[in-house]
Design a protein around this ligand. Structure first.
Ligand SMILES: [Zn+2]
Length: 264
């Protein structure tokens, strides 16, 4: 069996012994990463540690923790680490709404393969980021958008006024709006264990059932493997338990076809 994923966050995927936290204290993991502004050396150590565990294809999201618009910081970091395709995470709650110059430079230098809108959905509807999305599309920079963990149909329709290549989670996808997803050929990054753990969906009513039935392109993903105590092999097994007829090779192929790194 071959495995691939597109939705994995660096800060939620570090080995517990690396950050000296225990499974029982996962909140420490989050605090460890979010507690201070990271140096290039800190982030390099994290990226190298992540790279060590990767025996499957993965795109990794990196959050720069306050260094968001610092081109020299990001460049210094990313040029040192080429083993994994990196996606630039933009936290919605502190996303620069005008200045996309750092992202454009990093992309044009081949240091990132795409962009991810993440963080708080409440108070940050897609319409707030139309300008940023417009600039990314103008520059032909692919982006994905975390959607549906805390929002519904209205936000999905707002987002689909633009053209994200992929949607993370996509828990607001339903019979009502899946036609638009199919029409636009958007790939969905499904995170089963994460959604169950955060109680956003159950396996019996998870949108992956609809995505599969309607032939929508989707991948299976860890999201934050340490927080949710999962791995990509487990995610594939869970899909097989709810959809025994699912062709996992097709999921693997669709994942590769939707990868940002394959576009460049
Ligand atoms: Zn995520």
């Amino acid at each position: 069996m071959r495995y691939a994923q597109l939705h994995s966050h660096l800060e939620g995927s570090l080995k517990l012994d690396f950050i000296e936290c225990s499974w029982e204290n996962r909140v420490e993991v989050y605090n460890w990463f979010g507690s201070k502004k990271r140096t290039v050396e800190d982030l390099l150590a994290c990226l190298n540690q992540y790279g060590d565990r990767t025996d499957f294809f993965s795109e990794i999201r990196v959050d720069y923790q306050g260094n968001l618009t610092d081109y020299s910081f990001s460049k210094e970091l990313l040029k040192e680490f080429r083993r994994l395709p990196s996606i630039y995470s933009l936290r919605r709650q502190n996303c620069p709404l005008e200045d996309t110059s750092t992202i454009i430079q990093l992309f044009n230098d081949g240091l990132i393969c795409g962009v991810d809108f993440t963080g708080r959905e409440y108070g940050n509807p897609p319409s707030k980021f139309y300008k940023v999305m417009g600039k990314l599309e103008y520059e032909n920079i692919p982006y994905t958008y975390h959607l549906g963990e805390q929002s519904g149909d209205e936000e999905l329709i707002q987002l689909l006024k633009f053209n994200p290549r992929r949607i993370g989670h996509g828990l607001s996808i339903s019979e009502k709006n899946i036609g638009l997803i199919l029409e636009k050929g958007i790939h969905i990054e499904v995170c089963l264990t994460s959604n169950i753990y955060t109680k956003r969906a159950s396996l019996h009513n998870h949108p992956v059932l609809l995505l599969y039935e309607r032939g929508c392109s989707f991948s299976l993903n860890e999201d934050d493997s340490v927080f949710f105590n999962t791995n990509i092999v487990n995610e594939y097994a869970i899909l097989k338990s709810i959809l025994p007829e699912a062709d996992l090779d097709k999921v693997y192929e669709d994942t590769f076809k939707a990868s940002f790194s394959s576009l460049s």
